[in-house]
Design a protein around this ligand. Structure first.
Ligand SMILES: [Zn+2]
Length: 303
């Protein structure tokens, strides 16, 4: 009996030692920093957050790539993802129409609107903000500042890293801005009109001197009615532009009708507005998708 007890105690001590050794070696293998869990509403801002957070955060998003972020039906795994996060970054300006129904099922996760502080542009009603602020890279500087402030607040130890990442990324945004100005200057003035299913490039157009038109104004109001299609076809009859465009997140049938009714072809490079590309290629980052868009738009409209 006595011997058995000692044996048990030795076993327990041995087991505890193994566990301790196990824990220690585990800590040595991983970095000393515990990763932040960050969730964003959609893929475009997930990439922007990743650029600032670097390796200090694991960044995920709610709306799957290929779907547009205006309308989304939150599912239980979305609630869980956001609940388990240190912060939830959203675009704001009414983009995420599903935000309230998601947050009704989430406790204690702070929500930060990245568009806070930008100069907004109104939709045709003169009251509602156009949510597509990220499509002007100059606005993304403000997104970066808002990300930076929040990350420093929840992870002060990472401040130096975050500031350096943010400075580097702003430099890339400045280079992108310069590239867009140069490319747009090469497009004949009478061709500076972007026609898409959703009129998402209003901020971009205002910044770089292009007109924009959509079959509809916002994907949340997507209809593609005969009247909406006829309006764009009429416009194309008045304006002699070489191509119209199609977005990655949108059913092509409406723009195909516009194209066949107007005789203006759809350019063969897809435009990325409300999601990055899924393929892991060049357009799978924000800057990559903007470079792709600008290449597509300026090449098409210069023909
Ligand atoms: Zn949109």
């Amino acid at each position: 009996m006595f011997r058995k007890k000692i044996f048990s105690m030795i076993s327990i001590i041995a087991l505890a030692s193994i566990l301790l050794v196990g824990c220690n070696s585990g800590e040595d293998e991983t970095s000393e920093v515990e990763e932040l869990q960050v969730t964003t509403s959609f893929s475009v801002i997930a990439d922007i957050v990743e650029q600032v957070a670097g390796e200090r955060a694991n960044v995920d998003y709610v709306v799957p790539i290929g779907e547009e972020p205006h309308e989304h039906e939150p599912v239980p795994s979305d609630f869980q993802k956001v609940t388990d996060s240190d912060v939830f970054f959203v675009n704001g300006l009414g983009l995420e129409e599903w935000l309230e129904s998601l947050m009704d099922n989430v406790t204690d996760t702070p929500v930060v609107e990245l568009s806070e502080g930008i100069d907004t542009i109104k939709l045709a009603d003169g009251e509602t903000d156009d949510p597509h602020a990220w499509l002007n890279p100059n606005n993304v500087n403000m997104f970066v500042d808002n990300i930076l402030d929040e990350l420093i607040e929840i992870d002060p130890d990472g401040e130096d890293v975050y500031r350096e990442n943010a400075d580097n990324y702003k430099q890339e945004l400045a280079e992108l801005d310069e590239m867009i100005q140069e490319k747009v200057e090469q497009v004949p003035e009478e061709n500076r009109l972007i026609v898409l299913s959703e009129d998402a490039f209003i901020y971009f157009g205002a910044a770089y001197g292009l007109e924009t038109e959509g079959i509809w104004e916002l994907n949340a109001h997507e209809e593609g009615t005969p009247q909406q299609i006829a309006r764009v076809v009429d416009l194309l009859g008045e304006r002699d532009i070489p191509y119209v465009f199609l977005e990655s997140t949108i059913n092509p049938v409406h723009m195909e009708t516009v194209s066949s009714d107007s005789g203006v072809p759809i350019y063969d490079m897809t435009i990325f507005t409300d999601a990055v590309a899924e393929d892991g290629g060049d357009a799978s980052s924000y800057i990559g998708m903007m470079e792709h868009n600008v290449e597509a738009i300026t090449s098409a409209l210069s023909e």
